[in-house]
Design a protein around this ligand. Structure first.
Ligand code: ADP
Length: 290
């Protein structure tokens, strides 16, 4: 009792208990932090004493909580577009079909929200595939500069619409042995975020690349509002958004950076965020040379 000041454990040493007793989810505070354990105690028969087995289930409990949150988040994200589609379709069926301008508005809303659902489902499928370990990397020698150019081409329209200039400052001889499509996906996401959340009209996004001791480092920088310190670690969580309304308006699912982190992990690299000194954000990814 003096050493283990946990009432649940002390309670299990009572000699008048049944031969075996189980208690789930006992909280233990230890020098290494709080643990959740499953306790099993068996009386030692004639010799007296109790044998106690403690299973550390902290990680399992943590994962269960994440899964619960995830299901709640997905349901919440699906509910809004589905309700909008349903309400608009009902209004059309109730007579708005005959009023052409109104019908056009309702149909546009149905179209926009079905696109949002498609994006959400596609991101969820990407995550599920990655978690199931189904992503196979095909390693080839890639020139990072060319991949960045390709990403710029695909994002040119979005950048032009927001008045953002893109700069590819990756040296043309920077080579990497990696899966080219995965690198493309990472670049598209991070450059796309720089366009979406950086400064509009006159804003800039730079991509730089350099050799580091055991690989290469790619930086995607913007001159937008930046990401405050307390959001920085969390933006890689699924559905975490700094400004939820704005992210949805920009067509974001809140899953982009979670997917990027997964992809960088798959490539054996690490990813992080730094504030840009002159204002804005720098996302960096360090990738092994392969
Ligand atoms: P989304 O799908 O909403 O774009 P992401 O996972 O890509 O989600 O990003 C998570 C959040 O991080 C965004 O909602 C946005 O608030 C913030 N964010 C991402 N990139 C930037 C950036 N370059 N500058 C400022 N905020 C950013």
């Amino acid at each position: 009792v003096e050493v283990i000041r946990v009432p649940e454990i002390v309670e299990l040493t009572r000699s008048d208990l049944p031969a075996t007793v189980t208690q789930d989810e006992v909280n233990l505070s230890t020098a290494e932090g709080n643990l959740i354990v499953l306790l099993r105690a068996a009386q030692q028969g004639m010799r007296g004493g109790v044998v106690m087995v403690l299973h550390d289930i902290t990680e399992i409990k943590h994962l269960e909580a994440i899964r619960r949150d995830f299901v709640a988040n997905v349901s919440h994200e699906l509910r809004t577009p589905v309700s909008v589609i349903r309400a608009n379709a009902e209004t059309l069926l109730d007579g708005a079909l005959d009023d052409e301008p109104a019908a056009r508005n309702f149909t546009t809303a149905i179209h926009r929200n079905s696109e949002r659902l498609t994006m959400l489902l596609s991101d969820l499928l990407d995550l599920a595939r990655m978690e199931a370990g189904e992503t196979i990397l095909t390693m080839t020698q890639v020139s990072v500069h060319n991949n960045v150019d390709r990403a710029f081409d695909m994002l040119a329209h979005a950048a032009e619409k927001r008045g953002v200039t893109l700069h590819n400052e990756v040296p043309s001889d920077l080579q990497l042995n990696t899966d080219s499509d995965t690198l493309d996906q990472v670049l598209l996401n991070l450059i796309g975020n720089g366009i979406k959340y950086g400064r509009s009209i006159g804003g800039q996004v730079w991509v730089r690349g350099l050799m580091i001791s055991d690989g290469i480092r790619i930086e995607i920088a913007d001159d937008g509002p930046g990401i405050e310190l307390h959001h920085r670690d969390r933006v890689f969580e699924r559905f975490y958004r700094v400004d939820p309304g704005r992210s949805r308006d920009m067509g974001g699912t809140g899953l982009g950076l979670a997917i990027v982190k997964h992809l960088v992990d798959l490539m054996g690299g690490t990813i992080g965020i730094e504030p840009r000194q002159e204002g804005g954000t720098v996302f960096w990814a360090e990738l092994p040379k392969g």
